[in-house]
Write a protein that binds this ligand. Structure first.
Ligand SMILES: C[S@@+](CC[C@H](N)C(=O)[O-])C[C@H]1O[C@@H](n2cnc3c(N)ncnc32)[C@H](O)[C@@H]1O
Length: 463
């Protein structure tokens, strides 16, 4: 047996059959005829808990942990916990543990997808090292750990990742090579100036984080390499899954129902011909200007006793109401109450459970009947569109506010839930969407209504 001399505590021995064995305490490794000596199993209670795979940095000191705990108790978790698409924590082990200890269930979780193992490790290093205050010794240990894992990384790249000087990396590399802990390489992998951008979704609850993982997995390479919202990712999944049956824009045979593919500002509707506009415009800040145009559109197409019922977000409600109020008379606000929290608004610390339905008229007048100003929206219906609304809500308002011969309009059709409700209730409908696929979705949904109606009529005939 030839023993190789090393400076470090661990000593490598090479047996005559060429196999290496390492003893960590400096004592000679005992070779039992080339077989590995059977390891003594420690009883489960004395075994050290396994370090999570991506916990590359030393755990927080008790003082740091206590300070973080106090901060989280006072302000909640501010920095999202990063997990990969299998749910393994990349960054935020302490935050997760503290959330568990404090019983915090709602906190931001960012699902990061599409990274290689190396990219995951680099992501962990860069995101942690900016925040943590590590000693020189701790930083050097991390550099050594990374050099052992991927010796072919260049000194400059690793220095950048770990926030140390490239000369420090070089010195550590030389020491590890001398100790034969890493090979003495002559070719290295540089970063090529390429910056990777991860696909990620910030979820607000553990359930949403699971949904985000599933969506990113299903999208596989198809998702754009940038941060997405959960809604957007699920919309992309639905679009990926959704295959229009038959021709993309095949019209179903339903009398009095017309869908158009256009901007609502170009939608041709007879002046004063619409009894009810039941619609759901986009709520984001960048779409706020649409509300003014919607007010103008409604003023033109609504009958003298016509009503506009519009879903709205809450964040920009004053602007929305101001825009509609320029053209129409405010009637009332209804509340659509969801079953459970639908979304958590972290900037405001609000778990949102309702949506306003704003009602405007050309002339302020009594509603045709006395009806409650809340509606309970229990079922989540999102099989066609990321912003798809509940069919029962549309049916309820159309039923209460219109009669059989009336014309209903939805200028922001989406998956045309309003058109489906109107068709089922025997009303006329005209609507549009700027997205061609939405119009195709609408036709598909309406074709189902037509087929059901036909089957019903056939059954009645045969009775
Ligand atoms: C919130 S979604 C409507 C969802 C619908 N309530 C449902 O149940 O499926 C809003 C829709 O408005 C459409 N849209 C946005 N801007 C538009 C415009 N200027 N004209 C027509 N449609 C528009 C979008 O393509 C989107 O499908």
């Amino acid at each position: 047996m030839v023993a190789t001399k090393t400076k470090s505590k661990s000593r490598k021995t090479v047996s005559s059959n060429g196999r290496k064995s390492v003893s960590s305490n400096g004592r000679k490794a005992v070779s039992t005829n080339g077989r590995k000596p059977a390891k003594k199993k420690r009883p489960a209670t004395t075994r050290k808990p396994r370090r999570p795979k991506y916990q590359l940095l030393p755990p927080l000191s008790p003082e740091e942990y206590a300070a973080l705990r106090a901060d989280i108790a006072a302000r909640g978790i501010q920095v999202p916990v990063d997990v990969d698409d299998n749910g393994a924590i990349l960054d935020g082990h302490s935050r997760t543990q503290i959330a568990e200890e404090l019983g915090i269930k709602h906190y931001p979780i960012r699902v990061v997808s599409g990274l290689t193992e190396q990219q995951k490790r680099h992501h962990v290093l860069t995101s942690n090292l900016n925040r943590r205050h590590l000693s020189r010794k701790q930083k050097r240990e991390i550099v050594a750990q990374e050099l052992k894992r991927s010796p072919s990384i260049t000194d400059n790249w690793l220095a950048e990742l770990t926030g140390v000087d490239h000369k420090t990396v070089g010195a550590l590399r030389r020491r590890l090579v001398a100790n034969r802990e890493i090979p003495n390489l002559t070719r290295f992998k540089a970063r090529n100036g390429k910056v990777y951008r991860a696909r990620s979704i910030i979820a607000q609850t553990a359930i949403d984080a699971k949904r985000a993982q599933e969506a990113l997995r299903e999208l596989n390479g198809e998702a754009p390499n940038k941060p997405l919202t959960l809604r957007r990712a699920e919309e992309l999944v639905r679009r990926q899954r959704w295959v229009p049956r038959g021709k993309l824009l095949k019209r179903p045979s339903l009398n009095g129902i017309t869908l158009h593919h256009c901007d609502f500002r170009d939608l041709k509707v007879r002046r004063g011909g619409v009894k009810l506009i039941f619609t759901d415009p986009p709520y984001q800040q960048r779409h706020l200007s649409l509300w003014d145009d919607l007010g103008k559109f409604a003023k033109r197409v609504l009958a003298a006793d016509g009503l506009l019922v519009a879903y709205s977000g809450i964040e920009y409600l004053p602007t929305v109401m101001n825009s509609l109020g320029k053209h129409l008379r405010y009637q009332w606000t209804h509340a659509l109450i969801f079953d459970g929290d639908r979304s958590v608004h972290f900037q405001m610390n609000v778990a949102n459970s309702w949506r306003p339905l704003l009602i405007y008229a050309k002339k302020k007048a009594k509603f045709p009947i006395c009806f409650r100003d809340v509606f309970f929206n229990n079922k989540r219906e999102k099989e066609y569109h990321e912003y798809q609304q509940n069919l029962s809500a549309a049916s309820h308002y159309i039923d209460v506010l219109t009669k059989r011969t009336n014309l209903i309009c939805d200028p922001f059709g989406g998956s045309f839930t309003t058109a489906v409700a109107a068709a089922q209730l025997g009303r006329k409908f005209v609507g549009c969407d700027i997205d061609e696929r939405c119009v195709a979705m609408g036709y598909e949904r309406l074709a189902e209504v037509a087929a059901k109606r036909k089957a019903k009529a056939k059954k009645r005939k045969t009775r």
